[in-house]
Design a protein around this ligand. Sequence first.
Ligand SMILES: *[C@@H]1O[C@H](CO)[C@@H](O)[C@H](O)[C@H]1NC(C)=O
Ligand SMILES: *[C@@H]1O[C@H](CO)[C@@H](O)[C@H](O)[C@H]1NC(C)=O
Ligand SMILES: *[C@@H]1O[C@H](CO)[C@@H](O)[C@H](O)[C@H]1NC(C)=O
Ligand SMILES: *[C@@H]1O[C@H](CO)[C@@H](O)[C@H](O)[C@H]1NC(C)=O
Ligand SMILES: *[C@@H]1O[C@H](CO)[C@@H](O)[C@H](O)[C@H]1NC(C)=O
Ligand SMILES: *[C@@H]1O[C@H](CO)[C@@H](O)[C@H](O)[C@H]1NC(C)=O
Length: 315
Amino acid sequence: MAITLAALAGLAFALARPTPYGNDQSSCDTIYHGYQCQDEISHYWGQYSPYFSVPSDIPDELPHGCSITFAQVLSRHGARDPTASKTAQYNATIYKLQANVKNFTGPYAFLAHYEYTLGADQLTIFGQQELINSGIKYYNRYEPLTSRLAPFVRSSGEARVVESAQNWTQGFHAAKLADRRVQSADTAFPYPIVVIPETDGENNTLNHGWYYVFLLILCNTFENGPDDNIASDGQAQWAAVFIPPIQSRLNAALPGANLTVSETVYMMDLCPFNTVASSNGTISAFCALFTKEEWHQYRCVQYSAPASDPIRATC
Ligand SMILES: *[C@@H]1O[C@H](CO)[C@@H](O)[C@H](O)[C@H]1NC(C)=O
Ligand SMILES: *[C@@H]1O[C@H](CO)[C@@H](O)[C@H](O)[C@H]1NC(C)=O
Ligand SMILES: *[C@@H]1O[C@H](CO)[C@@H](O)[C@H](O)[C@H]1NC(C)=O
Ligand SMILES: *[C@@H]1O[C@H](CO)[C@@H](O)[C@H](O)[C@H]1NC(C)=O
Ligand SMILES: *[C@@H]1O[C@H](CO)[C@@H](O)[C@H](O)[C@H]1NC(C)=O
Ligand SMILES: *[C@@H]1O[C@H](CO)[C@@H](O)[C@H](O)[C@H]1NC(C)=O
């Protein structure tokens, strides 16, 4: 999994102070709580889940007598299309289904006319909006500081990460313009973004350097050490456990399909990817092909957790 991150830092202080903001989002996807649509499944898509806030036992009120003088947010890029290699495999899976299955019935009926149109690697409109929302939320949360300061922004060099940082600044800027207590125009916008390349020899603390298998790799032990395949090994082991019953059900419902284990996982992946390909995050028809329990198992595949990981106890 590519851990490319946009780090977005700023000076700030104040209490959490939710402010309604004009944005016609559906009620299950909001700036302050993130994506809560069908949360019993959509929060179980691992790295493919849209941003959502989680309950915490740690109170977010400031202790009496304290004030915030600095705040930092470290963010993953927004929701994106599949990677280039995955998009080709997803397309091939749909192509195979449509070539071999003569009769799509029940919840599978949509597959007869489903057209694969997902792109590769870049943010979707929904993913751009996630970061705009993050900028708005951050601005309003720390308004006494953000209203008088410009943020300092750092981003790793991959295109979708830089665009995420840009969208975050756009949200921050829009919230500042909407802030009645701010008199002056936000002349510091567009705020400069320090972009750190992901190439060899760069000491890029926002990227572990997974593309670069040469000597100057930043996290060489992580990339090429004894555990470098721990994620893909763990994924394959777990898929071999939980996928076969799902695979049998799909192949029985779709005579001629003959989906493999990997292709069955791809059918599941198409739920989150088609959901975030919709500009308002409408849950895709692929999602209804699987049960809540199956989505809870799927989360573990996306976490890439090895057998020893405590998260497995919840799988
Ligand atoms: C999302 O957009 C689709 C069409 O683009 C529309 O049919 C649907 O009602 C919208 N959903 C919400 C919750 O706004
Ligand atoms: C498709 O499947 C349905 C339900 O099993 C069946 O009633 C129908 O006759 C089938 N159609 C064709 C063209 O095979
Ligand atoms: C999907 O595969 C078909 C057949 O190979 C190809 O013609 C089409 O361009 C592909 N579509 C996408 C979106 O990759
Ligand atoms: C996100 O930022 C990019 C680059 O500035 C811009 O082209 C795009 O329109 C922005 N997205 C939205 C939803 O405004
Ligand atoms: C990265 O850090 C190493 C070790 O401190 C240093 O030799 C190298 O010049 C740094 N590279 C860059 C691009 O700053
Ligand atoms: C199903 O696919 C497997 C390979 O994954 C192949 O060996 C087998 O012959 C296929 N079965 C049919 C009926 O096409």
